[in-house]
Design a protein around this ligand. Structure first.
Ligand code: AMP
Length: 179
């Protein structure tokens, strides 16, 4: 059986609450302990860098995908097990998603939201059945859950939309659900 690949969408910044970086490091360690492969955006900044360094230190296989124009801005982490450079952002997202068995979203900004919504809308359109998790560090994703509830309540999505997103409180909770 091939290695289970967990795709991590997360911020290119550390955020203002130290719990975010701590959760990122904990997730990287857990990925290594579980013998999973990390798939992510190949940056060495913010939450992205913390997940990757911890996974690497723990001996995990790492698969990163970065577009050419972000190599400097996001400090392309060239020492990953596999380092893929794409021409565009769309290719990056596609290659990351194609190589994943499940997706988890850590605290992040507009880029993480973009990646989350693409995975969610594709799931809604039955283009895939990969599990999507929100790692709700210190309630960071509570407002996002509220927006999704609102969208369903106001009749713009089927209630099944909510079942496509699993919210987990912490890394052990996530790993238990992935087993
Ligand atoms: P952020 O959550 O804004 O810190 O971004 C997290 C990651 O998503 C970064 O690596 C960004 O380069 C990436 N990103 C931002 N916008 C997009 C987009 N439209 N498509 C794919 N990735 C993106």
């Amino acid at each position: 059986m091939s290695t289970f690949s967990l795709c991590v969408y997360c911020g290119a910044r550390p955020g203002s609450n130290p719990s975010y970086m701590a959760a990122a490091t904990e997730l990287g360690q857990a990925i290594a302990q579980a013998n999973m492969r990390l798939v992510y955006g190949a940056g060495d900044v913010g939450i992205m860098g913390a997940v990757a360094r911890a996974a690497q230190t723990g001996g995990a296989e790492t698969f990163g995908v970065i577009p050419t124009h972000l190599m400097d801005m996001e400090v392309g982490k060239t020492d990953l097990s596999t380092f893929v450079v794409t021409e565009t952002m769309h290719e990056r997202k596609k290659v990351m998603f194609m190589n994943a068995d499940a997706v988890v979203v850590l605290p992040g900004g507009a880029g993480s939201l973009d990646e989350f919504f693409e995975a969610l809308t594709w799931r809604q359109l039955r283009l895939h059945e990969k599990p999507i998790f929100l790692l709700n560090v210190d309630g960071y994703w509570d407002p996002l859950r509220a927006v999704l509830d609102h969208v369903v309540r106001e009749g713009f999505a089927d209630p099944s939309l909510l079942s496509f997103v699993q919210t987990v409180a912490d890394v052990p909770d996530l790993m238990a659900k992935l087993q």
